[in-house]
Write a protein that binds this ligand. Structure first.
Ligand code: P1T
Length: 382
């Protein structure tokens, strides 16, 4: 291999060297909860107990680290478990966090409600407004700016390097939820972020058959804190789940290219549709942060949101009429999904600053033939 192998070479080989005893090309699913010691404390390759470390999870963690270009990676039982572990690694009760005003509803619920007894303070801010980001950071109190870009479901794009510059000058870390872009389309650590977070349930896994999460840190100081908390809190990815995500990562680059091809076509179709009032896709020149997206993303991914002129009930009805798009929450799998964020994924933020428009529909554009996807939308949006 060259000194700096390309993305797909890393995705296929990092963490996956053939098994030394059997030659198995694919890392085995090591289901063992515990590991024999050669005398007390005589660990073999550092393995002691599977909450602390497990060989299948290590394979995934090494691959994630290589793909995000970080110092160390950590795999969790879900995206929210990764977020929870990270917050407890960097914050104390009473700490302050700047959040995107259109973040994933579950992240908002975690920070604003599950952490309520902790007194974690949160300020939802429009991260596309850099002056607002700067004004929201409280030096000495703000532990981090939580960036999600593109955001779920409104697809706004935050300028990661500009936010990193502002946050670091004021002593705050920058965390990027890279779930929508995936490591193939966007590399937050290279843009100055301190930690990348993923719901690996989505594009990393890629087949809607696993729930998982990940963190990749830029430096060792943070990595040690996360490692301590990963073991102390215990919300780790199980070996079979880790194996599924690792398998998914091997095809991430080709999948993201096809997701992007299809989503570009679907977004172009929707912009021409008379019943559609607005399309949110960073690849469109009309997108408010298209220039930032072009600078920091390789392509624009598979997520497209749009609003229908006829209002909430029309949006709900359209979601029930598709036959190729499946009506379901989640995203990032090979199959296309459609959902109504206001009543589904973002129902928990109704009545807050994060409430989404009621006439909004979100698409996770999959890998089917683009013509079939467009024909399906065409009959559903009648
Ligand atoms: O579901 P989980 O693996 O715990 O990940 C949470 C999460 C975090 N960040 C983003 C940007 C997400 O989209 C999610 C999960 N989102 C959905 C389930 C959804 O349908 O939007």
């Amino acid at each position: 291999m060259t000194d700096r192998p390309g993305f797909s070479t890393r995705a296929i080989h990092a963490g996956s060297t053939p098994d030394p005893t059997t030659g198995a090309v694919i890392p085995p699913i090591v289901a063992s909860s515990t590991f024999a010691q050669d005398g007390v404390g005589g660990l073999r390759n550092g393995y002691e107990y599977s909450r602390s470390a497990n060989p299948t999870r290590t394979a995934l963690e090494e691959c994630l680290t290589a793909l995000e270009g970080g110092s160390r990676g950590f795999a969790f039982a879900s995206g929210l478990a990764a977020e929870d572990t990270l917050i407890r690694s960097i914050a104390k009760p009473g700490a302050h966090l700047v959040l995107p005003h259109d973040a994933y509803g579950g992240s908002f619920r975690l920070f604003s409600r599950a952490y309520a007894p902790w007194g974690l303070l949160t300020d939802p801010v429009d991260l596309t407004d850099l002056a607002a980001v700067e004004a929201a950071i409280r030096p000495g109190e703000t532990v981090a700016v939580w960036v999600e870009t593109p955001t779920n479901p409104l697809m706004s794009v935050a300028d990661i390097s500009a936010i990193a510059e502002i946050a670091h000058a004021l002593g705050a870390l920058v965390i990027v939820d890279n779930t929508f872009a995936s490591p193939y389309l966007q590399q937050p650590l290279a843009l100055g972020a301190d930690v990348v977070m993923h719901s690996t349930t989505k594009y990393c896994g890629g087949h809607s058959d696993v729930v998982g999460g990940a963190l990749v840190t830029a430096d060792e100081t943070l990595a040690e804190k996360v490692q301590f908390h990963q073991n102390a809190l215990g919300a780790v990815a199980g070996p079979f789940d880790a194996w599924l995500v690792l398998r998914g990562l091997k095809t991430l680059a080709v999948r993201m290219e096809r997701h992007s091809d299809n989503a570009e076509k679907v977004a172009a179709y929707l912009t021409e549709h008379p019943g559609v009032s607005e399309v949110y896709y960073p690849g469109l020149e009309s997108h408010a942060q298209h220039d930032v997206a072009k600078r920091q993303m390789r392509r624009f991914g598979g997520m497209v949101s749009f609003r229908v002129r006829a209002g909430e009930q029309a949006a709900v009805d359209a979601c029930g009429r598709t036959t190729v798009f499946t009506l379901a929450e989640s995203l990032g799998g090979v199959e296309s999904l459609i959902e109504h964020p206001g009543r589904m994924t973002h129902a928990s933020v109704a009545g807050t600053a994060l409430e989404v428009p009621s006439d909004l529909i979100r698409l996770s554009v999959g890998l089917e033939d683009a013509e079939d996807l467009i024909a399906d939308l065409d009959q559903a949006l009648c």
